[in-house]
Design a protein around this ligand. Structure first.
Ligand code: GDD
Ligand code: MG
Length: 335
């Protein structure tokens, strides 16, 4: 059975100030941390042992996920004192794994409904060194561009280019042969995207693409973070992590987690989600937004396309649109 590594050590710079005290993968989408949605996807493909490769704000993960037994998983933590880059992080996390099973690596900020079981099966059937999940986007400039040949072999790995050669991109989920990971130098800052993959392709390693255009989103920008949550609530993305025990009510318009208090006259729509312990006042209207656990929205307040962080409070009759709201300040989301 394959084992997993979740890359959750990045700084989440594009989501500041939300990521000042909360690492990007621990931000809430559809009532739960991004990481919890990803773990459910891994588990569905039969992966139960996962190392969280942490660095920035590493201390936030352990109190929430513990040893993983609550989810029927075995979770381990590899902490980098200084971020080691994606390749260094994968190598470091592998120190906690024994055995020679395939290693599935996930970028920690991706929501994906692709067929991971099939990706692992294809990888093993091809006796591949690495098999990359690839997807198609309209504008490939912010991603790793990955052309393939007719046999599905990757012919180049071109991280973030101004004039992309193809719209087929690296979707941030890799299946590695264990020996390919252990060949990465230990305790060294190194990037899989900029060094390891391009070098493997150049040396004619067996690098395959697994093309699957199911729902896919990198939630690393403010607009994408909100979209990801709305898509999980509406059903456009599969919300495997949500269980009936966690939910007070759920429709394509709204998700209200158990333990939230929503006044009967409040309107929650546009795929909004309301976290545990949040309080929504009389006549409030929340649209297309994420309200994290414990946030409070005053009477008759209108909150549109915004992220209200844990502990934030919105005053009665306030009108908030396209903003991040923390307990300290309101920040307009740059468009
Ligand atoms: N542990 C650890 N240490 N994790 C890291 C480090 C590190 O030094 N650096 C980055 N990460 C994690 C981030 O937390 C994130 O989950 C993941 O690695 C990818 O980093 P991003 O900063 O989100 O990269 P990106 O979105 O610009 O580009 C990556 O993802 C695209 C798909 O969403 C690349 O892999 C692209 O090739 C890819 O197309
Ligand atoms: Mg990203």
């Amino acid at each position: 059975m394959a084992v997993g590594i979740l890359l959750v050590g990045g700084f989440g710079t594009r989501l500041m100030p939300l990521t000042k005290n909360t690492p990007k993968p621990m931000l809430t989408v559809a009532g739960l941390p991004v990481t919890e949605h990803q773990l459910a996807m891994a588990k569905k493909a039969g992966i139960t042992t996962v190392v969280l490769a942490t660095s920035y704000l590493s201390e936030v993960f352990i109190p929430y996920f513990g040893d993983g037994s609550k989810w029927g998983m075995n979770l381990l933590y590899a902490v980098e004192k200084e971020p080691l880059g994606t390749g260094g992080a994968i190598r470091n996390a592998t120190k906690l794994l024994t055995g020679d099973e395939s290693i599935v690596v996930f970028n920690g900020d991706v929501l994906s409904s692709h067929n991971l079981s099939q990706q692992i099966q294809d990888h093993e059937a091809n006796n591949a060194d690495v098999t990359l999940h690839l997807t198609t986007v309209d504008d490939a400039r912010a991603y790793g561009c990955v052309p393939t040949d007719s046999a599905g072999r990757v012919t180049a790995f071109l991280e973030k280019m101004d004039n992309p050669v193809t719209n087929t991109i690296n979707a941030g989920c890799y299946v590695f042969k264990a020996s390919v990971v252990t060949a990465i130098p230990e305790d060294t800052v190194i990037s899989v995207e900029r060094q390891i993959f391009p070098e493997l392709v150049e040396k004619h390693g067996r690098v395959f693409g697994f093309i699957d255009d199911s729902y896919w989103l990198d939630i690393g920008t403010p607009t994408a973070l909100l979209k990801g949550s709305v898509d999980l609530v509406s059903g456009a993305a599969k919300a495997l992590a949500l269980t009936p025990q966690m939910i007070q009510s759920h429709s394509p318009q709204s998700l209200i987690m158990k333990g939230a208090t929503v006044d009967a006259t409040a309107v929650i729509d546009g795929g909004s989600s309301i976290g545990i312990g949040a309080v929504i006042g009389q006549g409030a209207h929340i649209t297309g937004s994420i309200v994290e656990a414990g946030a409070k929205i005053g009477k008759a307040a209108v909150v549109t396309n915004s992220f209200v962080a844990a502990g934030a409070q919105i005053l009665d009759s306030a009108q908030i649109s396209t903003s991040f709201v923390t307990n300290l300040k309101i920040f307009p989301i740059p468009q």
